[in-house]
Write a protein that binds this ligand. Structure first.
Ligand SMILES: *Cc1c(COP(=O)(O)O)cnc(C)c1O
Length: 388
């Protein structure tokens, strides 16, 4: 007979056999058990998903999510990170060292740029910011110590769509790796590996979660040797993810494309309405012909999701467009996107860029899953009350 205390640790409970469900179980674990010492000794650190080593590296729940995310983008391997920014950091930390240069598009996700600047002060890695419309002209920026080129198409605030295949072609001819922040397309509307990208990064926080309740990121690859380098940085940084959160993302995946497409349809309707308004100088939406890089979007992408921006006529001040945002009822004020609720954010774009030639206040929208007619009516009342 074991003592109660031991019974509290070693339960006799066995789950019923033959239990089957449509859902994936949530496997929590820090310690993972090995069958014997030989199995323990055989395990080598790195990207091995044929067995388990420790909760930080994953459990069946996270392995399943990794496999399904890789499949969506046409990748093979996937590492999960505690945030989208964490995924970007893994790539930088894995591939760069003191004295290296990275090329980053001028329209990159803001915290990614801040990370680049921090790498410079902390590790003497030099970020150089390039015109997102540079295309094959990136050749002139590549030096002998350029190790990595980041792309992001479109840039999620100003929406220029880079010529990613042209950048990849030049990069590969010079032996430089290309990483892409592919969050905007959710891995659905742009298939990075078909266009030459080596590493795709997703902020699962956005569409893959869809619930505005999870922070998670992913680094997706095809090449095993490259994946091993990334896995090593991931391991050294101790980047595990919550298995509950992984389950939440798994739960949202079946509706990912339906939600993305619904965001897309609604966003194009709202954007088309805005385009006709005299208050708006320009709609920055890749599906609209006057968006820089529209031709690349048309050639390389199969959809657009819910995120776009507008530039107001320069006669409106920041105070006026701030009032407009405050007057919106359905559009909430907050970062991120991919959830059911519409969001609106002002950006001081000229402060975020090395070069910006646009004029007028920039507002970015995440069009949620509301009826677009209600969103348009909301926008109209806010324009009338704030800009009158
Ligand atoms: C949100 C976002 C990220 C970062 O994701 P977090 O999970 O919030 O860290 C990175 N890139 C893009 C384009 C994003 O929109």
């Amino acid at each position: 007979m074991k003592s109660l205390q031991t019974a509290l640790v070693h339960s006799d409970y066995t789950p019923p056999e033959g239990f089957a469900a449509l859902t994936s179980p949530i496997h929590h674990a820090s310690t993972v058990l090995y069958e014997n010492v030989a199995a323990l000794r055989a395990r080598v650190p790195g990207m091995d998903r044929s067995s388990y080593s420790y909760g930080l590296e994953g459990t069946p729940t996270t392995y399943e999510l990794e496999a399904r995310l890789a499949e969506i983008e046409g990748g093979v391997h996937c590492l999960l990170t505690p945030s989208g920014l964490g995924a970007i950091a893994v790539v930088d930390m894995a591939l760069l060292q003191n004295g290296d240069e990275i090329l980053i598009p001028d329209n990159v996700y803001g915290p990614s740029r801040e990370l680049g600047d921090w790498l410079q002060t902390k590790f003497s890695i030099t970020p150089r910011y390039y015109d997102p419309m540079i295309g094959a002209g990136i050749s002139d920026l590549i030096r002998s110590n350029t190790r990595l080129i980041w792309t992001e198409a479109p840039g999620s605030v100003s929406m220029e769509v880079s010529d990613v295949p042209a950048i990849c072609q030049v990069a590969h001819s010079r032996g430089v790796l290309v990483a892409m922040d592919n969050t905007w397309s959710a891995g659905l509307a742009f298939h990075p590996f078909e266009h030459g990208v080596d590493i795709s990064v997703q902020a699962l926080t956005k569409y893959q979660s869809g619930g505005s309740d999870v922070l998670m990121g992913a680094v997706i690859t095809r090449d095993m040797a490259l994946t091993q380098r990334l896995a090593l940085a991931h391991h050294h940084l101790g980047f595990g993810v919550s298995k509950e959160d992984a389950y939440l993302v798994l739960r949202s995946l079946p509706t990912l494309k339906m939600r993305f497409d619904a965001h897309d349809v609604a966003a194009r309707r709202v954007a088309a309405w805005l385009k006709e308004r005299p208050e708006i100088a320009k709609v920055l939406h890749p599906a609209f012909p006057d968006c820089p890089g529209h031709e690349h979007w048309k050639r390389d992408f199969s959809g657009a999701g819910g995120v776009f921006s507008v530039l107001f006529n320069p006669r409106y001040s920041e105070a006026q467009t701030d009032r407009l945002i405050d007057a919106l009822r359905y559009f909430k004020i907050g970062y991120s996107w991919g959830g059911a609720m519409s969001l609106c954010l002002p950006y001081r774009i000229q402060d975020m860029r090395t070069r910006w030639e646009g004029a007028g206040q920039l507002l970015r929208f995440n069009i949620g899953l509301e009826d677009p007619a209600d969103l348009i009516a909301d926008m109209q009342q806010a324009m009338e009350s704030a800009l009158g």
